[in-house]
Design a protein around this ligand. Structure first.
Ligand SMILES: N[C@@H](CCC(=O)N[C@@H](CS)C(=O)NCC(=O)O)C(=O)O
Length: 202
């Protein structure tokens, strides 16, 4: 299997999950602006949507969308305990957290990367983000991770996209549960390995 990624982008979520689950993944870096891979491939041919992540399977199929790839990786290695069994109520709660990460955190913080965003729009966007963070702060109350005591694929996704707050000077000090969550996830050995492999830390 090969994961097409860009350092620190949302593709870091499947990268973390792969390491946590014990996969030996091939990694291929993508230059997002030029849509060229480090190996010289045209990334449009891999993922016609033009964005990372993309996972190529050993049978040649390509899987895209962070929320789907992370659940696929967990389901192929159920012993990793990174996602509850499909069909259980717990699994629906995991999917709820993954969907929240995708649409309410990933895409809301992601919008701030748009260089054409005006200061007025940025203010509106920061207001939306603040409301989503308030909700997440409550959801994390008294918990180690979003599903409770156990680390799951949803935590890998949330950690990855919340990690962008630093770049946008959003101070997490206002949300102590989120800040504590970030420190806990960052301290996990496989997360440290991932951050190093992507060149984000030494
Ligand atoms: N819906 C997609 C969004 C992926 C996405 O936003 N990827 C960003 C990096 S975090 C990207 O590659 N953007 C480049 C582009 O859209 O051209 C998913 O969940 O995988």
């Amino acid at each position: 299997m090969k994961l097409y990624y860009s350092p620190g982008a949302c593709s870091m979520a499947p990268h973390i999950v792969a390491r946590e689950a014990g996969y030996q993944l091939d990694l291929e870096k993508v230059d997002i602006p030029s849509k060229k891979t480090a190996g010289g491939e045209d990334f449009w041919q891999i993922n016609p949507k033009g964005y990372v992540p993309a996972l190529t399977l050993d049978n040649g199929q390509v899987l895209t969308e962070v929320g789907v790839i992370i659940q696929y990786l967990a389901d192929q290695k159920p012993e990793s305990g990174l996602a509850p069994k499909a069909g259980t109520m717990e699994r629906y709660h995991l999917m709820e957290a993954v969907n929240f990460a995708a649409t309410e955190i990933h895409k809301q913080i992601g919008a701030l990367f748009n260089p054409k965003m005006t200061p007025e729009m940025k203010e509106v966007q920061l207001g939306v983000i603040e409301r989503r963070f308030n909700a997440l702060e409550k959801a994390l109350e008294g918990k180690q991770y979003v599903m409770g005591e156990k680390f799951s694929v949803a935590d890998a996704y949330l950690f990855t996209v919340l990690n962008w707050t630093g770049m946008h000077k959003i101070d997490l000090g206002k949300w102590p549960n989120i800040k504590g969550f970030m420190a806990r996830v960052a301290a996990r050995p496989k997360v440290q390995e991932t951050l190093k492999a992507e060149g984000l830390i030494k």
